[in-house]
Design a protein. Structure first.
Length: 155
């Protein structure tokens, strides 16, 4: 397995052949259920700055994975911006298991439109998921952000 695939396999959950999540991803349901809907904008635990938000784009009930919430994460600071380049970026699409996401959300701050790249990234993910080439995150939005810049380089 190449290093990129091994790394991604370690942070994504994919259904087993019997349709269940791998046991390392199993988690007790969140105690305080939130009513999540597309368009909601939330603050979240360990956000890199006070302006960063999780914006819900889609909710999907997927066999073997349960409810998956596709989000974009806005206003993420660039670690070392080049002079004249943007200081912030958006993570266009991150599919996160509902329980992990609910445990990360702090306060609903209103309604917001997802980033312009969300829909295309979401559709690509759905195609890759159908082909067995993608999974869902079982880590918090803050940890998803932390992956940027840490993905092994392709040879």
């Amino acid at each position: 397995m190449n290093p990129l695939r091994k790394f991604l396999a370690s942070i994504f959950a994919q259904p087993k052949n019997d349709g269940r999540l791998p046991s390392h991803s199993a988690k007790e349901p969140a105690q305080n259920r939130l009513e999540l809907e597309a368009g909601q904008s939330w603050t979240y635990r360990d956000a890199p700055n006070a302006m960063s938000r999780v914006v819900i784009g889609r909710l999907d009930e997927l066999k073997g994975l349960g409810t998956v919430v596709s989000v974009c994460i806005t206003n993420v600071p660039v670690k070392s911006p080049d002079p004249g380049s943007p200081e912030f970026f958006d993570v266009f699409h991150a599919p996160i298991t509902e329980d992990v996401l609910v445990d990360s959300l702090l306060e609903k701050v209103g309604q917001e439109v997802t980033s312009p790249g969300f829909e295309e990234a979401y559709l690509d993910w759905r195609a890759w998921l159908a082909g067995g080439e993608a999974g869902v995150f079982t880590i918090s939005p803050a940890k998803v952000i932390g992956l940027y810049g840490r993905v092994p380089k392709r040879a």
